[in-house]
Design a protein around this ligand. Structure first.
Ligand code: NAP
Length: 284
């Protein structure tokens, strides 16, 4: 029998603690954190994220400002906006909403956000700190996975952990965070899939984390008995949202498994708020 590992209860706990700390700091210093979201042009998927971010921020006392920039702004004009935000003392943290229009290089922009104002933990300086295990902020989805794992009470020390997907935003930082906990970490990626050895690795996993973006890329029959399964994937299949792991058959084998939607997703925005708060606190 599996336990459904939902993100919402953990997110609520973190938000309650953040709200109390923000209120306390406001009383003490007369200031609150401010998160600025930069959105370039109109985009339906960004609009969904922005709405969720605003709701989460305002529910805990973080000021949220959406800066909508015209679609046809040049790279250097966007860079000027970021420079101004870096200098603005009222801005605690900045997030660049993805995707950006064609002709804009998001990597240059992310690298331009001051490391002390980076809300997503994607600046190279902040990513680098993960290597030494000395970090206050981290990429939101990777951190959300770590929170989910911690909630199970599992000790990662020496465990066989398999991460499927090696993106800069999820798989790579996560694999380092797991190494910091002394997990025996294997990272699978496109070449593992092409070589046909993905099932062999998944079958060994006591903890499996999948962040690929392909519905059903991991079959339920591959799951080790009693494994903890964290499915980061979000895929639209018909009118349904599903993960990367075949849920029904995987749930028969797993001890814990995240639902999609409702697992990692609800925690990601909360971690973004925690990052913004950490940046604010570091400047007090
Ligand atoms: P991404 O940048 O496209 O990375 C996908 C990774 O999967 C890549 O490392 C890719 O390898 C690897 N891959 C592709 N096919 C594979 C296969 N057959 N076998 C093994 N590995 C394979 O995506 P992402 O940004 O990491 O996101 C992954 C998924 O998580 C997406 O569905 C996304 O929507 C979801 N997501 C959810 C949240 C949330 O809050 N719940 C947040 C972020 C992302 P190569 O790069 O070598 O091709």
């Amino acid at each position: 029998m599996f336990i459904l590992l939902e993100g919402k209860p953990i997110a609520e706990k973190i938000k309650t603690a953040l709200a109390a700390e923000i209120a306390m700091l406001k009383t003490k210093h007369g200031k609150s954190p401010k998160l600025v979201a930069l959105q370039i042009g109109d985009n339906a998927s960004s609009a969904v994220y922005v709405k969720a971010q605003k709701k989460a921020a305002e529910s805990i006392g973080i000021e949220y400002e959406l800066k909508m920039l015209p679609q046809d702004l040049s790279q250097s004009e966007v860079e000027n906006v970021i420079s101004d935000l870096n200098k603005d003392i009222s801005t605690s943290a900045v997030i660049l909403q993805m995707p950006v229009p064609k002709g804009i290089d998001p990597k240059i922009l992310v690298n331009m956000i001051a490391p002390g104002k980076d809300a997503e933990g994607m600046h190279p300086e902040n990513l680098g700190k993960i290597l030494s295990g000395q970090y206050r902020i981290a990429p939101c989805t990777a951190m959300a996975v770590m929170e989910l794992l911690e909630s199970t009470g599992i000790k990662l020390y020496g465990k066989e952990v398999v991460v499927v997907g090696h993106s800069e935003i999820v798989g790579k930082p996560l694999s380092i965070m797991l190494l910091n906990k002394f997990a025996t970490t294997t990272v699978c990626h496109i070449a593992t899939g092409e070589r046909g050895t993905l099932p062999d690795h998944v079958k060994r996993a006591e903890v499996l984390i999948v962040a690929v973006g392909k519905a059903g890329v991991v079959k339920g029959e591959w799951i080790k008995d009693g494994a903890i399964v964290i499915d980061v994937g979000i895929n639209k299949v018909g009118d349904k949202i599903v993960g990367d792991v075949e849920f029904e058959s995987a749930a028969k084998k797993a001890s814990y498994i995240t639902p999609v939607p409702g697992g990692v997703g609800p925690l990601t925005t909360t971690i973004l708020m925690r990052n913004a708060m950490e940046q604010f606190k570091a400047k007090l």
